[in-house]
Design a protein around this ligand. Structure first.
Ligand code: KG4
Ligand code: ZN
Length: 352
C-alpha cells in the first residue's frame, strides 16, 4: 500500500510517498525558514502564503521521486493538527481536494503522534538517509521533543497509547528558540544554541531544574528565565535590563557558557525522565522523535544513561516531514475508517 503524506503544520511544506508503513520512496521538504529568520520566529501569515505557493510542486516532486503517479497511490494522509491554523488549512484543503478528484481514501493524522512514526521507517533507496534496521518493539516508550511539544508517551500498540507526562509550559524546542533569541543567535534556536554550546563550559553556570509534582512532567519556562537572569548578571546589569539589549552586552565566551549550561540542564532533565520511565515500564524499545531529537548531545546523554539502546530517526526525519505522516496513516488505516473528504477539519490545538 503506497500512501502519499502531506505536512504543512508550521513552516515546512512537505510531501512523501511511503510503502507499507516502512519503505520510504520519497520525502520532499520545502521550507519558508529564510523568510522567518529575519523576524526571529515563524510569522503565521507568511508561512500560510508560502504553503500555497509550494504545495502542488512539492507533491508533484514527491510522486516523481517515488517513480509513481496517481494510479500508484492507494491513499492520502495529511496533518490535521496541532499547528498553525492558516498553515494546516492549506494542507488539509489540498488533501481533501485531491482525495475527491483522484478518488482516494483520506486520513487526517495527529502531527505529534506522527513524529514517533519516523522511527518506523526502516528501508529506503533514497541517498543520504540512515534508517534503523528494525522497527521499534512494543511497548514503545517515546520522548517527543519539538518546538511545540515535550511529551513522554507509552505506546502499547499502534493507536493505543498512554501519555505519561508533558510540559506544563514551554516546549523544550521553544526554550532553545527563546534562549537563542536572548543570545542573539539565529532562528531556529536549537541548532544555533547547540553550535554555540560546543565552545562553552556546561558546568560554568548552575541553572535550576524544575521540580514537578508528577514525575514525568516537565517545565522549561523557569529555566529560560534563569538563563535571562544569569545573562544579565554576566553582563553586569540588573534584572530590569531588557533582554533585547543583552546579546550586545555579552562576550562570545559568555554566550557560549550560557548556551552550554542551558543545554546541559535541559538535556539532563529530559534524559532523567526518560530513564525513570524506562526503568518503571520496561519497554520493548525506547525512541526519540521531534526536532530536538536531532541534537547530538541529547542522543549521547541518552545513550550513556539508559541501559538499552535508544532509537532515533535520521536527522532529516526528526524535524517536520511528510514521511512520518504517511507512515502513521498506514498503521491507522488498519484499524480505523478513512475520514470524510468533504468534512475533514483542522485542529490547531489537537492533543494526543
Ligand atoms: O519537530 P519540529 O521540526 O517542529 C515542531 O513540530 O515543533 O521541531 C522544531 C524545533 C525547534 O524548536 C528547533 O529549534 C528544534 O526543534 N531543533 C533543535 C535542533 N534542531 C531543531 N533543538 C536542539 N538541537 C537541534 N539540533
Ligand atoms: Zn513537528
Amino acid at each position: 500500500m503506497k500512501i502519499l503524506g502531506i505536512e504543512s503544520s508550521a513552516d515546512e511544506t512537505s510531501a512523501a510517498v511511503v510503502e507499507d508503513g516502512h519503505r520510504l520512496l520519497s520525502n520532499v521538504v520545502a521550507t519558508s525558514l529564510d523568510l522567518h529568520t529575519f523576524y526571529g520566529g515563524i510569522v503565521p501569515e507568511i508561512a500560510a502564503r508560502s504553503h500555497i505557493e509550494s504545495i502542488i510542486p512539492v507533491i508533484e516532486e514527491a510522486l516523481k521521486t517515488a517513480k509513481t503517479d496517481w494510479a500508484g497511490i492507494d491513499a492520502i494522509a495529511v496533518t490535521k493538527g496541532p499547528g498553525l491554523m492558516g498553515s494546516l488549512l492549506v494542507g488539509v484543503l489540498t488533501a481533501r481536494t485531491l482525495a475527491i478528484t483522484k478518488d482516494k481514501p483520506l486520513y487526517g493524522v495527529n502531527h505529534v503522534e506522527a513524529h514517533v512514526y519516523a522511527n518506523f521507517l526502516t528501508d529506503t533507496k533514497l541517498p543520504g538517509y540512515q534508517l534503523a534496521i528494525k522497527q521499534p518493539k512494543f511497548p514503545v516508550l517515546a520522548l517527543i521533543v519539538s518546538g511545540g511539544h515535550t511529551q513522554l508517551v507509552l505506546f502499547k500498540n499502534h493507536g493505543d497509547y498512554q501519555l505519561l507526562g508533558q510540559t506544563r509550559d514551554d516546549a523544550v524546542g521553544e526554550a532553545y528558540d527563546k534562549v537563542a533569541k536572548l543570545l542573539g543567535l539565529p532562528y531556529p534556536g536549537g541548532p544555533s544554541v547547540a553550535v554555540a554550546a560546543r565552545h562553552g563550559n556546561p558546568r560554568s553556570i548552575v541553572l535550576p531544574k524544575a521540580k514537578m509534582s508528577s514525575k514525568y512532567d516537565f517545565s522549561f519556562s523557569g529555566l529560560k528565565t534563569a538563563v535571562l537572569r544569569a545573562a544579565q548578571e554576566l553582563a553586569g546589569k540588573d534584572y530590569t535590563f531588557p533582554s533585547s539589549g543583552l546579546s550586545k552586552a555579552l562576550s562570545k565566551a559568555q554566550k557560549a557558557d550560557l548556551a552550554a549550561s542551558f543545554q546541559y540542564t535541559a538535556i539532563e532533565t529530559l534524559v532523567n525522565a526518560l530513564a525513570g520511565a524506562a526503568e518503571e515500564f520496561e519497554p520493548g524499545s525506547v525512541v526519540m522523535a521531534g526536532g530536538v531529537a536531532a541534537n547530538l548531545d541529547l542522543r549521547k546523554k541518552a545513550e550513556e544513561t539508559l541501559p538499552t539502546p535508544v532509537i532515533y530517526p535520521d536527522i532529516k526525519l526528526c524535524t517536520d516531514n511528510a514521511a512520518m505522516i504517511a507512515a502513521l496513516a498506514y498503521y491507522r488505516s488498519a484499524t480505523q475508517p478513512a475520514d470524510e473528504p468533504y468534512r475533514l477539519g483542522v485542529f490547531p490545538s489537537l492533543s494526543m
